[in-house]
Design a protein around this ligand. Structure first.
Ligand code: UDP
Length: 239
């Protein structure tokens, strides 16, 4: 495997039904299947999960105090972390949930050194609660936790989009997929892969971001073994 330890970012909508809302057992089962196959290779994995299936501070929280709306969003990611944990354990994986906001009745608090120990023991660590701060996103949480656990890459999972395109492949059949991009290219082209705070964190540390389709069977394994699926975002000139 090319990557020994990764941070996987899953959007909340992936846990939802066709409309991306609520929880869908079919969706969580297929995610769990792909993650279990990846774990069989021995790769260590941390996961940051979003909450788009339940609540986004800037959307559902319109008209509310932004910080309050964001705290609701962070709590929603904890619900998703528990749902994902349930699906992963049903698929036979050992897992731990750690949260950035402490809710010790349901999950461990985020303690970096403890998370590292879990990873070394082969447990999948699901990080709930985002960064624990309003005005941030779970993309930024993914970049942050990825750096903290010493991940070799942040894997930005997408649903039925297998990478970064120069235009929307669902609307333009001529759209071209990038196999690689520089962080600065991603920002200057305004490509919506992850928010700018998250990209700049990764850029500063040279942490590669890989965009791929998690629902395509075997794609996660291909990414981990270094096959050129999806799009890799890195320092192009520093390889
Ligand atoms: N959120 C936050 N701080 C964080 C992470 C998340 O305030 O560090 C809130 C924010 O309101 C966000 C919501 O939680 O809209 C859900 O996260 P996100 O939108 O990133 O989820 P995704 O789009 O990945 O499902």
């Amino acid at each position: 495997m090319k990557y020994k330890r990764v941070l996987l970012k899953l959007s909340g909508e992936f846990l939802g039904a066709e409309d991306g809302k609520g929880f869908s057992p079919t969706a969580t089962e297929s995610l769990a299947r792909e993650i279990a196959r990846a774990r069989e290779t021995g790769v260590e994995m941390g996961i940051v999960v979003g909450a788009g299936n339940i609540w986004r501070g800037t959307r559902q929280g319109l008209g509310m105090d932004r910080a309050t709306a964001d705290y609701i969003g962070m709590l929603a990611t904890v619900m998703n972390a528990l749902a994902l944990q349930d699906a992963l354990e049903s698929a036979g994986l050992e897992t731990r949930v750690q949260t950035a906001l402490t809710i010790t009745e349901v999950a461990e608090p985020y303690i970096r050194r403890k998370a590292l120990r879990h990873l070394e023991k082969g447990r999948v660590v699901i990080f709930g609660g985002g960064t624990g701060n309003p005005f941030f996103s779970t993309d930024t949480a993914a970049a942050l936790r990825g750096l903290e656990i010493g991940a070799d890459a942040v894997l930005m999972a997408k649903n039925k989009v297998d990478g970064v395109y120069d235009s929307d492949p669902r609307q333009n059949p001529q759209a071209r997929r990038f196999t690689e991009l520089d962080y600065l290219e991603l920002i200057s082209r305004g490509l919506q892969v992850m928010d700018a705070t998250a990209v700049s964190l990764c850029m500063e540390a040279g942490l590669p971001i890989i965009v791929f389709d998690i629902f395509k069977p075997g794609a996660l394994l291909e990414v981990l073994s270094g096959e050129p699926v999806g799009t890799i975002i890195h320092h192009k000139d520093r390889r």
